[in-house]
Design a protein around this ligand. Structure first.
Ligand SMILES: *Cc1c(COP(=O)(O)O)cnc(C)c1O
Length: 361
């Protein structure tokens, strides 16, 4: 068997230890005689799995007790509607910071349900930076400010949170959840599609402070109301059972094998530094993001020559470094180096890039 180094932005690599464990438990989960895929979500054995997953997430992310953890479906994209339907209900206003495609989609969706405005944007420079933000840029009576913490397509991240004063802060953390510690208490709500850094596709995690639940708009579909899921322990209907189980294995891996999110951050910083150092010193490859806003997870880069980009992607693929083609709207290359990408994968990629540069210049 030969496995590739998969730099996909999502769905993306899972830790090999997790895949091995899932394979070993595939036909008979802990003596139940069934696969987790087959069991009733109302069974005792499954109940233990979902409860463990929540317990581990709370522990690993240090989620305070006055926050609910919801395991939902519909992807981060459903949250673009659920957030305004549930939170844009007091003054019916929300302020969005546009730092890329996902942030813009979230904003456009919110604008269908109330007075959403773009408080700031980095579109002028193809979203290659995070706008400087201060309190005066937000409406004091906004129900919340929405940010996309890590911009998967453009490779930027908020290294510091914006000061929104008393206005509640909401963040899309799809592509940076579990990459390093986050102070959950600074947020009204966090959400993430699981397929970047947590599990396979199919699960969306919402972490919401309890007092932001229960005020949804009348038009809110039952399934889009956080209250529905909070009141039922994410079991109002069938949850994405198997994906939650894999998330549990990933959380066990982070806790027991990595040693928690501080350790995870150290490893992620090491990997990112290797790649950025190479890009900063290369004559052929260049990073596309301003250095102070560079993401730890998604690293876009270009050669400045489309033909050379295509040649690089083709040869990299043949050498076992796959999914390095940049997002279709940006071009160039992008290496997504989520938690599951081993240090060795980045080392080998950098060596390959060096070699390619020598041969092609
Ligand atoms: C991938 C991604 C999304 C979209 O997620 P889906 O689960 O496909 O809806 C939204 N926001 C960010 C930051 C993402 O990386």
């Amino acid at each position: 068997m030969s496995r590739v180094y998969n730099f996909s932005a999502g769905p993306s690599m899972l830790p090999e230890a997790v895949l091995t464990k899932a394979a070993a438990e595939m036909l008979d989960y802990e003596g139940s005689g069934q696969s987790v895929m087959e069991m009733s979500h109302r069974s005792k054995v499954y109940d233990a799995i979902i409860k463990d997953a929540e317990k581990l997430l709370r522990e690993v992310m240090q989620i305070p007790d006055n926050y609910k953890v919801l395991f939902l479906q519909g992807g981060a994209s459903s949250q673009f509607a659920m957030v305004p339907m549930n939170l844009m209900t007091k003054n019916k206003k929300a302020d969005y910071v546009l730092t890329g495609q996902w942030a813009t989609k979230a904003y456009k969706e919110a604008a269908r349900y109330g007075d959403a405005v773009a408080a700031a944007s980095s579109k002028d420079k193809t979203f290659s930076y995070i706008p400087k933000l201060d309190k005066s840029m937000f409406r004091p009576d906004a129900d919340y400010v929405h940010i996309c913490m890590n911009n998967t397509i453009y490779g930027t991240v908020y290294h510091e949170l914006p000061d929104t004063g008393d206005i509640p802060l909401v963040a899309d953390i799809s592509s940076c959840i579990l990459s390093k510690p986050i102070d959950v208490s600074k947020f009204a709500l966090l959400y993430a599609g699981a397929q970047k850094n947590m599990a396979p596709a199919g699960l969306t995690v919402v972490i919401v402070r309890e007092d932001f639940i229960g005020n949804a708009m009348d038009i809110t579909p039952t399934m889009f109301n956080y209250q529905t899921h909070a009141d039922n322990g994410s079991m109002f209907n069938t949850p994405p059972c198997y994906t939650i189980y894999i998330a549990k294995l990933v959380l066990e891996w982070i806790k027991n094998e990595i040693g928690g999110l501080e350790k995870m951050q150290e490893i992620n910083e090491k990997k990112a530094a290797m790649l950025y150092d190479f890009l900063d010193n290369s004559k052929m490859f260049k990073g596309t993001v301003v250095p102070e806003d560079r993401s730890l997870m998604n690293v876009p880069f270009v050669t400045g020559n489309e033909e050379l980009d295509a040649k690089f992607v083709k040869e990299a693929t043949a050498a076992g470094f796959v999914n390095l083609k940049g997002h279709r709207t940006v071009g160039g290359m992008r290496a997504s180096i989520y938690n599951a990408m081993p240090v060795e994968g980045v080392e080998k990629l950098v060596a390959f890039m060096k070699d390619f540069e020598e041969k092609n210049s």
